[in-house]
Design a protein around this ligand. Structure first.
Ligand code: MN
Length: 358
C-alpha cells in the first residue's frame, strides 16, 4: 500500500468514525475549491453525515449554475464538529479569517487536509496531498472510488438499475459504508478538473483522463460545465479584455506582462472585481509568444489589492512571489491579498525576476 492509499484508508476510518463535519477551502474560492468541497458535502450527506460548508465571501455569479449557493454558510459560531476538511489549500491560513476568529473550533478539531499544491504544510491529522494530481477534485474522486459501497446502498442500486449501471463501477462487491457518486457530485468533480487544468491544457497525466472518463460515465454534465466555463462570456467582459490588451505592462522585453485593474476600470465596464476570475490572465499568457510570466493586480472594493501570478516556463516559481505578499499557490499559479502599494508590488515583481533568473 503506497502513501496515498494509506492516507485514503486513514481518511475513510475517520469519516466512518465521525458524524459532524465542517468543510472549508481557500478564501478566494475557485472551481476546484468549490468542486471538491461541494462534492464532498453531498457525498458525506449521502452516507448520513451532518455537514456544513463555510466560506467568508459570497459566491460569485460564475458559480451559480452549479446550484450550490443555498448550501454554503458563513456562520459557525458556537457550533461543534468532529472533524474539519480543508480542501485545495496549501496552508490553513489561506482559508481566511475563520481559523483565528473561531480558534476554539479550529484549535480543537482534527483537520483532514486534501490538496495538490506543491507547498503544502501538512497541517492535518490526515494529509491526502499529491502534488502530481491535476486538482483536489481528482483526489476526492480517488477517495470516493476507493471506498466500497455499503451493502444496503449496493442492493438498493441493483434493485433500481441493472448490473451494468455506471454507479456500480464504484466499490463493486465490497461491504463497507461508502456512498454513491451521483451525477451532481460527478459534475462538481469534473468542473474542478476542467478549471484547474484550464480545460485539459495543464497538469495532464493519464489518470486525469481516466477519472474524467469515469465521471462522464457517472452522469457528469460535461457540456454544461464547458458552456458555463468557456462559451458564455458577457460583452462587457470582452470589452474589458480589450482594455487589458491595450494597457498591457511589459517588463523585461515582454518576458513578463501584467495588468493593473483599479475600481475605476471595473466601474467603467460595470464589472465587480470579485466577478473577474483568472480566465483573463490564463488565456492571454497561454497565447502570447515569448512571455513566460504574467501578473494581474486587482483593486478590491475595500481598497486592498488582489494579486494573481502565472508562469508558463519551468523554473519560474511564482508561489515565491505570492509568499512575499503572504499568499500561496503552485509553482506556476499563485496569488495573494495585500495592502502593499502598486510601486512596491511592481518593484517586487521586477526584483524577483532576477532571483528566478529569467
Ligand atoms: Mn486546485
Amino acid at each position: 500500500m503506497n502513501e496515498k492509499q494509506q492516507e485514503i484508508r486513514k481518511m475513510q476510518e475517520m469519516i466512518e468514525k465521525w458524524q459532524k463535519f465542517l468543510i472549508i477551502s481557500h478564501r478566494s474560492v475557485d472551481g476546484d475549491a468549490y468542486g471538491s468541497s461541494m462534492a464532498l458535502y453531498f457525498y458525506l450527506q449521502s452516507i448520513g453525515k451532518t455537514v456544513e460548508v463555510v466560506n467568508e465571501l459570497p459566491i460569485t455569479p460564475f458559480f451559480h449554475f452549479l446550484e450550490i449557493h443555498n448550501h454554503i454558510t458563513r456562520e459557525i459560531a458556537g457550533k461543534k464538529f468532529d472533524s474539519i476538511f480543508v480542501c485545495d489549500c496549501g496552508e490553513l491560513r489561506l482559508t481566511g479569517e475563520y481559523p483565528e476568529r473561531y480558534a476554539e473550533i479550529f484549535g480543537n478539531t482534527p483537520i483532514i487536509n486534501i490538496d495538490h499544491h506543491n507547498r503544502n504544510s501538512m497541517f492535518g491529522v490526515c494529509n491526502l496531498v499529491d502534488t502530481e494530481a491535476s486538482s483536489t477534485c481528482e483526489l476526492v474522486y480517488d477517495l470516493m472510488e476507493n471506498t466500497p459501497l455499503s451493502n444496503s446502498l449496493l442492493e438498493g442500486e441493483r434493485a433500481k438499475k441493472d448490473n451494468k449501471s455506471p454507479l456500480l463501477l464504484l466499490g463493486e462487491g465490497a461491504g463497507g459504508w461508502g456512498g454513491i457518486i451521483s451525477p451532481q457530485i460527478a459534475t462538481l468533480l469534473l468542473f474542478g478538473i476542467i478549471r484547474d487544468t484550464n480545460c485539459f491544457k495543464n497538469s495532464i497525466h493519464p489518470h486525469v483522463f481516466e477519472v474524467t472518463s469515469k465521471l462522464i460515465a457517472l452522469g457528469a454534465e460535461y457540456e454544461k460545465v464547458i458552456f458555463h466555463s468557456y462559451k458564455s462570456e458577457k460583452l462587457n467582459y470582452l470589452q474589458l479584455y480589450g482594455h487589458v490588451l491595450e494597457n498591457l505592462i511589459s517588463l523585461k522585453w515582454g518576458v513578463i506582462v501584467g495588468w493593473i485593474l483599479t475600481q475605476d476600470i471595473f466601474n467603467r465596464y460595470d464589472i465587480r472585481e470579485n466577478e473577474l476570475g483568472p480566465q483573463l490572465i490564463n488565456e492571454i499568457l497561454s497565447s502570447l509568444e515569448g512571455t513566460d510570466f504574467a501578473f494581474l493586480v486587482k483593486e478590491t472594493e475595500s481598497g486592498d489589492r488582489k494579486l494573481s501570478f502565472r508562469a508558463r516556463r519551468d523554473g519560474i516559481d511564482v508561489s515565491r512571489i505570492a509568499q512575499y505578499f503572504w499568499g500561496g499557490g503552485h509553482i506556476q499559479s499563485a496569488g495573494a491579498y495585500t495592502k502593499a502599494s502598486l510601486d512596491e508590488i511592481l518593484k517586487v515583481i521586477e526584483e524577483t525576476d532576477v532571483k528566478i533568473s529569467l
